[in-house]
Design a protein around this ligand. Structure first.
Ligand SMILES: [Zn+2]
Length: 325
């Protein structure tokens, strides 16, 4: 086995390369107007656009796929953020192509953000892709694997649950090589996980507070445009405000209503906090997503809570929506 993976923790100590190579970049997306197409449909959008693959949560009762977002650039499906349950199906519905993906980013290793990753990889076996594929995500912490561990536990030829796809770890058996890029969520500065100088695109990651779960937010820059994905977080990070400042689109997760308490509140930001963050960052368009039945119920009141702090453009996401910027 020659699986390559790297852990990025340059802020605290020298970069530690676990197994070898890497591919890290930074991404920036232009954001702006919004256009809901309902189905498929970001291919025809000029410039960058966000297509929501999954706007739902971890419970199969909301009629939505779990977390997943596709970034299209000039008609190509270049970047994927999260791959929760249902994203596999939605990916195909959009007309996205596995061979067009340049980087995958996973916010954390809860099922509603990562369970369909291996299904997408299997689907990719049948594509014409020939180049390696980098996947960024958090490093290990608590009960959660790091990104490299996660892939090894799935794909390792001896112990992997899907050992028949082991070629993804070293580029053998006609499969393309995966390159895991791990980020330390404890870093206080953003870490670049991908860059494409030719297209002037890069992607940065920053740890966000999601209880005991190592979790990342991502900022994708495409030329003069950018989009930020909050990931699941409770909204208490001061650093996230700077990370997301002046972005064209800010995707925030709203799985809880305003007055919820207990563990759910430790994990997630209520609508009023989301509104404050959107206002403080000065985003060009707040996209609310990752709804659960408990936040979809009485949506009007939840949106009022957001609106009590933020009066800018706002989009409530549904699966397959396309948002240009
Ligand atoms: Zn979640």
């Amino acid at each position: 086995m020659n699986f390559k993976w790297i852990t990025l923790n340059v802020d605290l100590k020298p970069m530690k390369i676990h197994k070898t190579i890497l591919f890290a970049l930074l991404f920036n997306i232009p954001f702006g107007a919004q256009a809901s197409t309902g189905i498929a449909g970001c291919q025809g959008v000029e410039g960058p656009s966000l297509q929501v693959l999954g706007s739902g949560g971890p419970i199969a009762d909301d009629g939505r796929a779990s977390s997943g977002y596709l970034i299209w650039v000039d008609g190509r499906s270049r970047f994927l953020v999260d791959a929760g349950g249902g994203v596999f199906l939605r990916f195909g519905e959009t007309g996205a192509r596995f061979e067009d993906l340049e980087h995958l980013s996973i916010s954390h290793f809860h099922t509603d953000h990562s369970a369909d990753l291996v299904a997408l990889l299997k689907s990719g076996y049948f594509s014409s892709r020939s180049g390696a594929l980098s996947i960024s995500g958090p490093m290990t912490g608590g009960d959660y694997p790091g990104t490299g561990d996660f892939l090894e536990r799935l794909l390792d030829k001896d112990n992997g649950a899907y050992a028949y796809l082991e070629g993804y770890l070293d580029g053998s058996d006609g499969l393309v090589e995966l390159l895991a890029v791990e980020v330390d969520p404890g870093l206080t500065k953003a870490t670049r996980v991908y860059t494409d100088p030719d297209s002037d695109i890069d992607i940065h990651a920053l740890g966000v507070p999601h209880g005991p779960v190592p979790s990342l937010a991502y900022r994708i820059r495409i030329g003069q445009k950018s989009i930020v994905f909050s990931g699941d977080q409770n909204g208490s990070s001061v650093g996230f405000i700077d990370f997301a400042r002046d972005t064209d689109v800010l995707v925030m997760h709203m799985p809880i209503p305003e007055n919820i308490t207990g563990i759910a509140r430790k994990l997630h930001a209520p609508p009023s906090v989301i509104g404050k963050i959107a206002a403080e960052t000065g985003t060009g368009n707040l996209v609310l997503s990752h709804f659960m039945s408990r936040s979809l119920t009485n949506m009007e009141e939840n949106l009022n809570q957001v609106r009590s702090h933020y009066d800018g453009p706002l989009t409530t996401a549904y699966d397959l929506d396309c948002v240009g910027f």
